[in-house]
Design a protein around this ligand. Structure first.
Ligand SMILES: [Fe+2]
Ligand SMILES: [Fe+2]
Length: 164
């Protein structure tokens, strides 16, 4: 997990996490902090293990999870879609961390697709599918005080109380 640790200590990665934190200080809905990134990373890896996806390494799953929302701050600033923007920011961090071109392409694509709907499932890699599913599962909607006001309520099948 050496390359994943390089992501965590990457200066730009730390800056992007801080940039997410500012506008979310008083946010009653989901936040996009390191805790969320790590939860998504762990769930992504678990889902890939369940699928018996042996060619997928733990490092790829963790890299995708840790980076998937690093551009959320940009969406607060000017409405830019954070999935695509996070993918752009992730590419250079992945390169610095030592991920090969093919690995970077896979991770960046999964990040760019993490908000896409289920009707596009057939065009996804196993990593992309796992990341999207993990992102939803990482949210403990059933215990959220802002659940009734959340516009994502109908998109989250686990709100009834399922936990992973
Ligand atoms: Fe996201
Ligand atoms: Fe997320």
């Amino acid at each position: 997990m050496e390359r994943v640790n390089r992501i965590l200590s990457d200066e730009k990665y730390r800056i992007y996490l801080l940039k997410n934190k500012g506008p979310e200080e008083y946010r009653i809905f989901c936040t996009h902090d390191l805790e969320h990134m790590l939860a998504v990373a762990r769930l992504t890896y678990l889902l890939l293990l369940e699928e018996d996806c042996k060619f997928m390494t733990q490092e790829l799953a963790y890299a995708a999870g840790l980076l998937h929302d690093i551009g959320r701050w940009k969406e607060y600033q000017d409405g830019t879609d954070h999935a695509g923007y996070s993918a752009v920011l992730a590419a250079t961090i992945l390169e610095r961390a030592g991920f090969e071109t093919a690995e970077r392409d896979l991770i960046v694509k999964a990040i760019a697709q993490h908000r896409n709907h289920h009707d596009q499932e057939e065009h996804r890699s196993p990593l992309s599918k796992a990341l999207r599913k993990a992102d939803g599962m990482a949210r403990l909607c059933f215990s959220c005080a802002a659940l009734k006001e959340c516009r994502r309520l109908d998109k989250r099948p686990h709100t009834a109380g399922l936990i992973y």
